[in-house]
Design a protein around this ligand. Structure first.
Ligand SMILES: *Cc1c(COP(=O)(O)O)cnc(C)c1O
Length: 423
């Protein structure tokens, strides 16, 4: 490592330790305490770690898993299952459970995450999409594009009318593959309160992917009726090999159970594949993993901006609502270089070279670096971006800060080599 990079790294860590990292650590203290309290309150014990085969009736561990997740995520109930394939599947279950033909889903945070387009029916020709089933879809965008995760609470008459007539108000907390800022608690709280006041009948659903344990409180603590997420992101703590969750009102969780399994079985059946111990240990680690990821992403923001002039979002000292770091790289070569360096410094598959290709559910070609223990896990250090203008890379996760720090030390010289003019 050259002297300039060494001193920049020192400068970065000093500045971060005085500011954002203190906040992240305080959040980690509070959320860890909540998770462990959930376990002590439910008297988690060895007997919960053994799965019941077959129908999975009377699986004490599955019930404990649901209850402990519910408490940890500040919800009345939760449904946590290895049979939930992904975050998209969890969200899809929630949407199906809450919407009937003729009803309207209104997304208030701009176009939703790519994979939801097919679920909703905006893209593709599935006979099973919400729109194919007669559910109406509308979208407005209340996010302040230049804010730090804040929203507009003054609405046009057209927006107000859409909000008034919606049956479900849908909020996507994280930017996903969007260029807009991620919502922070500072934006979410007043948004949820204003939506509730404007339309008390509508159900408020939050796509909570990447948001868990980033801030002191979860959306279900301040007004969301239901939320959903993936276990190969934050709440799996890097240990969950698969799975997803829904958390929220008890009546809605029961209905979600019936959609995931079938009426009559609901939340009360289903084999847990001897995963209960692992999923709970992952939850136990999750706040600390998120803390490590936040430290790593904020270091990335500082170093890439200061050393290579890359525009980053959020900036190192800005509020964070998720564990994603958006990098405005500007060209395909930079995207490939960054992914290549991350891959080469990954614990798994470090000898592979990332090549852009199409993935199911996504519209354009993607390039991904993911030398992860769990395939596709993005709570582990990973990066991906659609190979299209304006060539953004979404860097995320990082179970271990020291690993991310080491990757960044290799990344900066590689990037400086190809970005002559900055951007
Ligand atoms: C990751 C993500 C999802 C779900 O993605 P999966 O890959 O299906 O787990 C949904 N919404 C957002 C905002 C996400 O970041």
């Amino acid at each position: 490592m050259n002297d300039a990079l060494t001193s920049l790294l020192e400068q970065a860590e000093t500045a971060l330790a005085r500011g954002p990292w203190r906040h992240f650590e305080a959040v980690c203290h509070a959320t860890t305490q909540r998770v462990v309290e959930a376990m002590t309150n439910h008297r988690l014990s060895e007997e919960h770690f053994y799965s019941v085969t077959g129908y999975g009736h009377n699986d004490l561990g599955r019930d404990a898993l649901d209850a402990i997740f519910a408490h940890s995520l500040q919800a009345a109930s939760a449904l946590v299952r290895p049979q939930i394939v992904s975050g998209t599947h969890a969200i899809s279950v929630g949407l199906r459970a809450c919407l009937s033909p003729g009803q309207t889903m209104l997304v208030v945070t701009g176009p939703p995450y790519d994979t939801l387009e097919e679920v909703i029916g905006i893209r593709g020709d599935s006979t099973q999409s919400l729109m194919a089933k007669g559910i109406h879809y509308q979208v407005i965008d209340l996010i302040e594009p230049q804010g730090q995760g804040t929203v507009r609470l003054e609405w046009s008459s057209e927006e107000t009318s859409k909000i008034d007539h919606a049956d479900m108000l849908y909020i996507q907390r994280s930017k996903g593959y969007g260029l807009r800022p991620t919502l922070t608690e500072k934006g979410m709280r007043p948004l949820l309160a204003a939506l509730r006041q404007a339309n008390p009948q509508a159900l408020i659903f939050v796509d909570n992917c990447y948001g868990e344990f980033v801030e002191p409180e979860e959306p279900t603590a301040y007004g969301a009726d239901l939320m959903a997420g993936s276990l190969i992101k934050n709440p799996g703590g890097g240990l969950a090999p698969t799975g997803g969750y829904l958390a929220g009102r008890t009546d809605l969780i029961e209905t979600c159970g019936e959609v995931l399994t079938c009426p009559g079985v609901g939340t009360h059946g289903g084999y847990t594949f001897n995963l209960t111990r692992t999923l709970l240990q992952g939850l136990y680690l999750a706040p600390n993993v998120v803390f490590n990821a936040l430290k790593g992403m904020s270091l990335a923001a500082y170093l890439l901006e200061h050393s290579a002039g890359i525009r980053v979002s959020p900036r190192w000292d800005e509020a964070r609502g998720d564990i994603i770091q958006l990098l405005h790289l500007g060209n395909a070569q930079a995207l490939e270089t960054v992914c290549g360096v991350i891959q080469a410094h990954s614990p798994v598959n470090s000898h592979l070279t990332p090549i852009a290709s199409h993935a199911p559910g996504y519209d354009s070609a993607l390039i991904m670096a993911g030398g992860t223990f769990m395939d596709g896990s993005s709570v582990e250090l990973s990066a991906d971006g659609p190979l299209r203008e304006p060539y953004m890379l979404f860097l995320q996760g990082g179970l271990v800060y020291s690993h991310t720090r080491w990757v960044l030390q290799a990344l900066i010289p590689a990037l400086q080599g190809i970005l002559h003019n900055g951007n």
